[in-house]
Design a protein around this ligand. Structure first.
Ligand code: COA
Length: 144
């Protein structure tokens, strides 16, 4: 299989459908995205939505978020998911490598991400590509 990876620049039916097919495979609590949600996402200056395709079918996505803070330009990788039917064929690796190249091209100092220990494939993928486990506490404040 030859996967192609691109950065989505416009909202299309194909993209909305692809995201809504993939997101439930990442999180059972993910809400369905509307066309307008996807328009906001692809227009965001800080977010880059990477889309992996096999023979034009969307088989995986990843979002790279780049932001400036006093200690430099930093980035997070979020919402990485590959279609169950296509896992184990290099799509996740191609998406992550493309995001890291883009981060490097933009002068980002470091790329962070989180992944639950139970996500065996994801943790293996990130470590294979050079991500190192940090010793820190991850907190979240939920805004009701
Ligand atoms: C994690 C995920 C994105 C990996 O995507 P993928 O396309 O299947 O991964 P790839 O085929 O590119 O594999 C790349 C590397 O990932 C690791 N990996 C992939 N599948 C694996 C598995 N079943 N078990 C262990 N490691 C695995 C390996 O290190 C592999 O390298 P190798 O082929 O040299 O062994 C995919 O399994 C997925 O969508 N999982 C559900 C959602 C999820 O956990 N997302 C991550 C949130 S942090």
């Amino acid at each position: 299989m030859t996967v192609t990876v691109e950065i989505a620049l416009t909202a299309t039916n194909d993209l909305v459908e692809g995201l809504n097919h993939l997101l439930p495979q990442l999180s059972s609590s993910a809400s369905a995205l509307t066309w307008s949600d996807v328009e906001v996402l692809v227009a965001s200056p800080s977010s880059r939505l990477f889309v992996g395709r096999d023979d034009n079918r969307i088989v995986g996505v990843l979002t790279l978020v780049v932001f400036a803070i006093p200690s430099g330009l930093r980035a997070w990788i979020e919402d990485v998911v590959v279609d169950e039917s296509t896992r184990g064929t290099g799509v996740g690796e191609a998406l992550t490598r493309a995001a890291l190249e883009e981060a490097k091209r933009r002068g980002v100092r470091s790329v962070d991400l989180t992944s639950r220990p139970a996500r065996i494939a994801a943790n293996s993928l990130y470590q294979k590509l050079g991500f190192e486990l940090r010793s820190t506490n991850v907190y979240r404040y939920v805004i009701e």
